[in-house]
Every structure is written in C-alpha cells, then in structure tokens.
Design a protein around this ligand. Structure first.
Ligand SMILES: [Zn+2]
Length: 633
C-alpha cells in the first residue's frame, strides 16, 4: 500500500489555526544569548554515516507561521530547539546546544575543562568539545560530571575523554551514587521492549518535515550512533556534599527517584551557577515516558525543586540545565523554579484528589486541564510530557493500572476482543463505514479506538489500516506534545509501510556493563519456561575475573521452570561447578555460545560434575526479536 501522509483535514486545520501564543519572546533571547560560534556546516558525521544534520530542520524557520499539520504551540518550541551553537552562559561557563537532544556544559577550571553531561553519542560530544577548544582556547578535559543515569547525559563520554586518561587519573568522572546500577538496570528486565517503544516516543524513523518529525519537545532529535558508557570514578552520596574540582567548588543535592532513579542538582557557590540537571526543563516532563519506565515520583520531584530553592535560591544568579536554555538573574531563576515546583505538585495533588473522589484515570485525564498559571509560560506546557499521560502515571504509582471496575479487571486481549467487536458492529464493512463517518466528523480519538478492533481482528484489512493511519496522523498533527505526535505518526507510518524488519536482538543496551546478578536476572527473564518443565539444576559458578580478592562465587538454581541465585557461596550438593569469566556469562545470555561450546573452547572450565546440568538453564533462553507490532498484532 505505502500511501503518503495525508494533508491536514478541515478539523485539523481549524484546530491548528495560527494563534497569538501568550508566551513572550524572552525565550528566544535566552536561547540565543551569548552565541560564540556555530558548528561549521552543522553536519556531524562519521565514516559510517551522518549522525546529526541541522539542515534537516531548516523548514522550521524562526518567526515562521506553523503549517496546518503542526500545532502552533509545538511549532514555537520546535523553533526554539532549532537554535544551535556554543553559547556563553556566564564568565567561565559555556553550553553547546542544538547538536544532540541534550546540552553539554563546559566550565573553565584551573587547568582544563570540567564537562557536564557529554551528550548521547561520541561524535556529537567530540564535535562540541572541538567547537569549545577552537573558540575558547584548547584545554584538556580534567573532569566529567554525569547529572543522571539517562543515556543522553553520558553516552558521548568517549568524545570528551579516554579510558586511558580516566585510568591514569588525568580525568575524574563524577556521578550520583548508584549511577552504574541504574544506568544498566533500566536495560535489564525491560530493555528490549523499551527500545522498541522508544521509537514511538522519539520518532527517529519519521522523515523531518511538516507532515513528519519536527521535534522531541525536550530537544530536537536523537542522534544516529551507538551510545557508550564509562564508569564514574567518584560517587556523590549526600546532599550538602562539596567537592573542589580543578579549583572550582561545587555543592551537590541528591534527587533520586524523580526524573531519574539516580540524579543530582548542584551549585557553584563562588559563581552563583545552579545546575538543575533534568529536574527542571523548558517543558512539562514525563512522570512516565511513553517508551515505558518505572513510574516516577511527582511528589518527590516537586519537593526536590523546593529543596533546591531552599539550599541555593538566595545565591543563584544563573539556572542552567541539561536540556534547553538557561535563566539569568536571581528573580527570574526563582520565578522559574517556583512554577516548575508547583507544576509537578499540582499534577500529583489534583490527580489524587480526583482519584479520592472516585474518578478513574481516563476521567481524571479529561477533567484536569492545565490551569492558566501554567499555560501562561511555555516551560510548563506539555511539549515532552503530556498532562493526560502524566495523570495516569500518578494514578498508577498509587493505585496501579486497574481502575477498580471489574469490567476492566480481566479483559480479552486485543485480537479476541477485536473479532467480537467487529461481529457486534455487523462486520468489517459496517465498522469501517461507521469509522469513516466519524472520521469525517473529526472524532479522531473515537475512530482510533473503533478501528483498532478491526486492525487487530484482521491486520490484512488494507482499508482499515489506511483509515487508522489517517486517523493517527490527524491526532498527531493536532498534538501539542512532540512525543504524542511522534507516537501517532510512527504508528501511522508502520500501518502504511509495515513493521520494521524482525531481527534477533540479543545484544541489548549495556550488556557488557551488567553485573552478575543483573545478567542472571536477564537470563531468568529469557528462560523458555515451556522447555524446562520437570528440569532441575544446581550450578556453582566461580568468576575468575572478579575484582574482589576472594573468588566470586555464586549458586544458580533451576526449579519449577524458574531461575534463582545466591551470591557469596557454593552449594555442597551442586550438579556441576564451573569456572568462567563474566564476558562468558554475557555471551551465554546473548545466545552467542552454549555451555558445550564454551566448555569445548575453554571459556568455561568444568571443575567438577556434569556440565549438561548448566545447559538445562543456559541453553534454554529465548531470542527476542526486534520490530514487534504495537499498533497491530
Ligand atoms: Zn535528558
């Protein structure tokens, strides 16, 4: 089929009619203030391809009126996120913005650069460091600070320093405690599903254009390259902790379990610079991202902002963050922080107020509207998060996904329900005719729900797929949230062009950085239950590459089709005792070897017993395939 995206409907055109937005132009002044230089050409590439190209978004011209296929409010945010360059934030502090979804900050220390958040990937980070060195004077990078455990804040670390420099102590890497565990942990249990869903959130496969990708809200786009990871050399463990980094004093505030499981704000008392990490950005953030994650704590998030005001507010002269542009002046910074604090708390409190009045998530999401206090300033508008989605995150945190109605407690899955709904509608043609009439009336949210039943009952029904694609598209065109737009337009793209290719993807995330218990957790999730009925095994493992002084001993068991493990000892009655390295466990988890093969090539040494017992666990793992259906079966 592969039809092209449609034009805006009359309903969408009316919805997106250009309006005078209530936001002042100060954001454009902030976003462009202190420009030092821009990347020459705006293209960052490697021998294997283009990683970043600012010209892809040239159609979003500063000051232009939104096309009818883009929300006017999102269009303004997309113009702001188009701004790119190296900017002076204050004497001795600069940021490169617009060359990745996140910002990198450079601080002049006594002997070199202190780099805050080296972007998502090595090429963009290196390009930004080159820009700083070329225009501000060449300096070595003597410290890197990761504000938190999300990829867009550390994945480019190899672009600003080297493993050798870190190992030799020439470059410190400073991060909030539990950084490695949380960074890697996000990929262990749910990483495969999350990676697939992330394509809907960020829209990397949508072509840039008025009918395609315009922005991510939080920043322009995700760069095309693989992120890296280097472990921190120093942990920050408590609020009030102070470090001197290359002659620069920094005071830290821990903010775990809010925007990220490991995160910190910090303040430079000799300069009045306040870094709010990703706890404050110039849009409403996600209480749970649509890629999926553990639900975040809106109450803590808000309280951390209040605590930052208490700790640093009197002396803050500049507030900067790892996305978007800074705020200058104490009064403006405090005003900004106060509204950000109240935003997350308001969503939390009002969601739970309505829940306690008996409303269910879909009702709360419909009842709550962002009040005028928050609509008056663009940094509290949902370009990244979405109020309707965040409401459900708050509800889920306290009350689960279940709304309390038994009719929803044990629903049929989509394909079975779909077939029944199609029958109820009087057949596919009748359902389609109903959907078309409601589409013509502009009732897109309802049409999406109805057509979903037909697409799941009969994914080969081309008319249903095309109308559902057109429906998603109009909702996407109308969305003020970039992530909602990306999700709907990616769904439309897949309904028209088919799913991405299904490829085995056993190398997920940061497999090589996973600890033994994380790898064993992953192995448990991959166990093919149907193949191990009646099997039992007790396997002693000794990791010969352990960094601990004593051998790293584990017992891994299989019982009742389930893996369990214990650290620190061996079992006397084990079926087998094996010596191996952690990379061999990685290879087993990624189905790159088997117990027999690893024994044969010497990667596993059989100390005692029959290695076939280990095969009962490690040779019964699933291969996860990429490209599974989301908007279709
Ligand atoms: Zn980020």
């Amino acid at each position: 089929m592969a039809s092209e995206p449609r034009d805006a409907s009359a309903h969408t055109t009316a919805h997106n009619a250009p309006v005078a937005l209530p936001f002042d132009d100060a954001d454009f002044e902030r976003a462009t203030r202190g420009l030092v230089a821009q990347h020459p050409g705006g293209v960052i590439e490697t021998p294997i391809g283009v990683v970043w190209d600012t010209s892809r978004y040239d159609f979003i011209e500063r000051g232009s009126t939104n096309p009818d296929t883009v929300s006017p409010s999102l269009w303004r945010q997309a113009q702001l996120n188009n701004v790119h360059g190296l900017f002076e934030v204050g004497p001795g502090i600069w940021q490169a913005r617009g060359y990745d979804i996140s910002n990198v900050t450079f601080i002049e220390g006594a002997t070199g650069w202190i780099v805050i958040d080296p972007l998502t990937v090595e090429p963009t980070a290196r390009a930004c460091l080159d820009l700083a060195n070329a225009h501000l004077g060449e300096r070595p990078v003597v410290a890197v600070i990761y504000t938190h455990s999300h990829t867009d804040h550390f994945g480019g670390v190899h672009g600003v320093t080297t493993e050798d420099d870190v190992a030799a102590g020439r470059c410190r890497i400073i991060a909030p405690e539990h950084f490695m565990r949380e960074t890697v942990g996000e990929n262990v249990i749910a990483g495969h599903a999350m990676a697939r869903r992330a394509a809907y959130q960020f829209g990397p496969f949508l072509p840039p254009g008025p009918k395609g990708h315009v922005d991510c809200g939080l920043g322009k786009a995700i760069p095309f390259f693989m992120p890296g990871l280097m472990a921190p050399t120093e942990d920050i463990t408590h609020t009030g902790q102070e470090l001197e980094v290359d002659g620069v004093r920094i005071v830290f505030q821990m903010t775990p379990e809010a925007e990220a499981p490991a995160e910190m704000n910090f303040f430079f008392p000799d300069h009045g610079w306040l870094c709010m990490a990703e706890n404050c950005t110039h849009n409403l953030h996600n209480l749970v991202p649509i890629r999926g994650a553990l639900v975040r704590d809106a109450r803590k998030w808000s309280q951390y902002i209040q605590d930052a005001i208490e700790l640093f507010g009197d002396d803050a002269e500049v507030m900067f963050a790892s996305h978007h542009w800074p705020r200058w002046g104490n009064e403006d910074a405090l005003h900004f922080l106060g509204l950000q604090r109240d935003l997350y708390r308001w969503i939390h409190d009002q969601t739970m107020r309505q829940a306690n009045r008996g409303l269910v998530p879909t009702e709360i999401a419909e009842v709550l509207e962002l009040p005028p206090e928050f609509r008056a300033e663009s940094h509290t508008v949902g370009y990244y998060g979405h109020l309707a989605h965040n409401v459900k995150a708050v509800y889920q945190r306290y009350l689960s996904w279940y709304d309390g109605n038994p009719a929803n407690l044990w629903k049929l899955p989509p394909e079975a329900a779909g077939a029944n709904y199609v029958e109820l509608a009087g057949g596919a043609d009748a359902l389609l005719a109903h959907a078309q009439s409601r589409f013509d009336a502009g009732e897109y949210r309802w049409v999406a729900e109805v057509l979903n039943h037909l697409v799941f009952a009969d994914p080969a029904n081309e008319a249903a797929r095309e109308l559902q694609a057109a429906t998603f598209e109009q909702i996407g065109y109308q969305s003020e949230s970039a992530t909602f737009r990306n999700a709907y337009l990616t769904g439309a793209q897949e309904l028209r062009n088919g799913l991405p290719p299904a490829m085995p993807s056993n190398r997920i995330g940061y497999l090589d950085a996973m600890s033994v218990d994380q790898l064993l957790d992953l192995i448990g999730v991959k166990l093919r239950s149907e193949d191990v009925g009646g099997l039992r095994a007790t396997v002693n493992l000794t990791f010969t590459d352990s960094e601990s002084d004593v051998d790293d001993r584990w017992v891994v068991g299989l019982s009742n089709r389930t893996v369990h493990y214990v650290e620190g000892r061996h079992a006397d009655d084990a079926d087998v005792t094996l010596s191996l390295t952690r990379p061999t466990l990685v290879a087993l988890s990624a189905l790159e070897t088997t117990i027999d093969a690893a024994v044969a090539d010497g990667a596993i040494e059989v100390v005692d017993g029959d290695p076939a017992a280990a095969g009962r666990i490690f040779d019964h793992l699933d291969t996860f395939m990429s490209g599974f259906g989301l908007a279709e079966p």
